[in-house]
Write a protein that binds this ligand. Structure first.
Ligand SMILES: [Cu+2]
Length: 311
């Protein structure tokens, strides 16, 4: 049997072949379109109308994000089976959906700093700070985490995540009331500002290049750790950085999540006094706290630095 010349019409067998190939291609397309490994959300799901968008993260020039004032295209809600109480571990269910109500599931988020979803948690007096990573459940958009509050009051939860669809940081917030002993809110104003803190045999220093730190001006900060006995500091990476700094304002209107300017983890730090450089721009004057999170010989340590930002 010889092949027909190229100009001739298709015989029934060839038509069948074309239909067959098209069918296979369509099946392959549909398979990849609907297998549950990819995100079903697109950038339009994370679009915010209006100017006051939270979607303006620039890692080279980290800013304080006014999460409450800005309109997030994401809604976060928290649910618990029992009322949260001081000192009692409790499973919290977190629901993450787009403005249109579409669930934001595990496959819709990128891994950033080793995790898909970061929750930064504080009590009203900012005396407690926790950083937890909720895990996705079988239900799309539903996540769970274990939470043990040490104080009472209305805790605030800031979520920090990056949708696959936009590849840009996004934020959301929600509150949870905790029954128990409340500290007076005056604590926030009454605490003494300090750029040094001693804890568990270590001295932590956060040193601004210039004082006071001023609103709307980029501030360079040097973070140092030293053992009070002068020994070697066993500083190890945590979530792909040697330190994570998170700043909150007194009214918890938002936060800034800072990482060392030098992202190279293979670079050796000074063994006796490791030092890391950070940058931050804070838009408003007022009282702030920066919580530093480090890993010392495998155990996580959280250290607060209170300070005032001048106009
Ligand atoms: Cu971090």
């Amino acid at each position: 049997m010889s092949l027909p010349p190229p100009s001739s019409g298709l015989n029934p067998e060839q038509r069948l072949q074309i239909v067959g190939i098209t069918g296979v291609a369509l099946a392959v397309f549909l398979f990849f379109r609907f297998i549950p490994t990819g995100t079903n959300l697109n950038h339009m799901d994370f679009r915010v109308s209006g100017k006051n968008s939270v979607d303006f993260c620039d890692p080279a020039n980290p800013q304080f994000i006014p999460v409450l004032a800005a309109r997030s295209p994401v809604k976060m809600t928290l649910k618990t089976e029992d009322a949260p109480r001081t000192g009692e571990p409790l499973w919290v269910t977190l629901l993450l959906v787009t403005a249109a109500g579409k669930p934001i599931a595990n496959e819709d988020l990128l891994v950033m700093h080793a995790k898909k979803l970061h929750l930064l948690i504080t009590d009203p007096t900012l005396t407690e700070y926790q950083h937890v990573h909720p895990e996705p459940t079988r239900r799309p958009g539903e996540w769970r985490f274990l939470f043990t509050p040490r104080l009472g009051g209305r805790y605030r939860f800031f979520a920090d995540f990056t949708p696959v669809a936009t590849a840009r940081s996004l934020y959301a917030n929600a509150d949870l009331e905790v029954e128990g002993v409340r500290r007076s809110i005056g604590h926030v104003v009454g605490v003494l500002p300090a750029w040094t803190a001693e804890q568990d045999g270590y001295r932590f220093t956060l040193e601004p290049a210039a004082l006071p730190v001023r609103a709307r001006q980029a501030a360079d900060l040097k973070f140092r750790v030293k053992k009070t006995d002068g020994g070697i500091v066993p500083l190890e990476p945590v979530m792909e950085a040697y330190a994570h700094l998170v700043a909150f304002d007194a009214s918890r209107s938002g936060f800034a999540h800072l990482h060392p300017m030098d992202t190279d983890l293979s670079r050796r730090l000074d063994a006796i006094q490791p030092q890391l450089a950070f940058k931050i721009t804070i838009p408003e004057a007022g009282r702030y706290v920066i919580w530093a999170q480090v890993n010392l010989a495998g155990s996580e340590v959280f250290v607060p630095f209170w300070f005032d930002v001048a106009p």
